[in-house]
Design a protein around this ligand. Structure first.
Ligand code: HEM
Length: 160
């Protein structure tokens, strides 16, 4: 069976898009709802801060990949499904807006708060580390809410 009768380019982009959303939003859900309370109950301050540095280093590599794949696959679907931006439904326009907001929050953590946390841990300045981690926790919590709302809107496709 020829490949193009099995899979269209649109379905490949759709799969990449949904997998990327799953990795980014699902990763934040796991970090916030499961790992955060588990780390609080199992680890003391210094060990907890070091754990989060390692977690962010690994998770953020995947987030960078999804940040690149989401707009590429999304714009490809805009072309194949709606003949470009002008024909896109409101739910997709909201999706693009929320993507920009999520990207801004992620960049704030990656470029501002994470270097502060790294610096505090290498100086063994635990109070400064705890304050940087607190800011990251709030920003990731907010980004998780945006991501969950975005996926709900994408799936429900409301007629605004
Ligand atoms: C520039 C950014 C983005 C663009 C251009 C874009 C575009 C699109 C398009 C065109 C669709 C197909 C809609 C349809 O056929 O009704 C779609 C679906 C979807 N998008 Fe996005 N998107 C973007 C960002 C995001 C982000 C950041 C997420 C989540 C983190 C996301 C999650 C989803 C999901 C879960 C679907 C599948 C909805 C379904 O079929 O039930 N998208 N997107």
């Amino acid at each position: 069976m020829p490949l193009d009768s099995l899979l269209t380019l649109d379905s490949v982009f759709y799969a990449l898009h949904v997998l990327s959303a799953l990795i980014w939003v699902g990763g934040m859900f796991f970090a916030w709802m499961i790992l955060r309370p588990a780390a609080v109950s199992a680890l003391q301050g210094p060990a907890r801060l070091t754990l989060w540095l390692e977690v962010f280093r690994r998770f953020f590599q995947w987030v960078w990949l999804t940040i690149v794949l989401l707009p590429i696959s999304g714009v490809a679907m805009l072309e194949s499904r709606f003949a470009g931006f002008a024909g896109a439904p409101k739910s997709v326009q909201v999706m693009m807006g929320l993507y920009i907001a999520m990207l801004a929050l992620f960049l704030r953590v990656q470029l501002l708060q994470l270097p502060q946390l790294r610096q505090a841990v290498s100086n063994e300045d635990w109070p400064a580390g705890a304050s940087a981690l607190g800011k990251i926790r709030r920003l990731v919590g907010f980004n998780l809410l945006l991501g969950l709302s975005l996926v709900a809107i994408a799936a429900a496709r409301p007629n605004f």
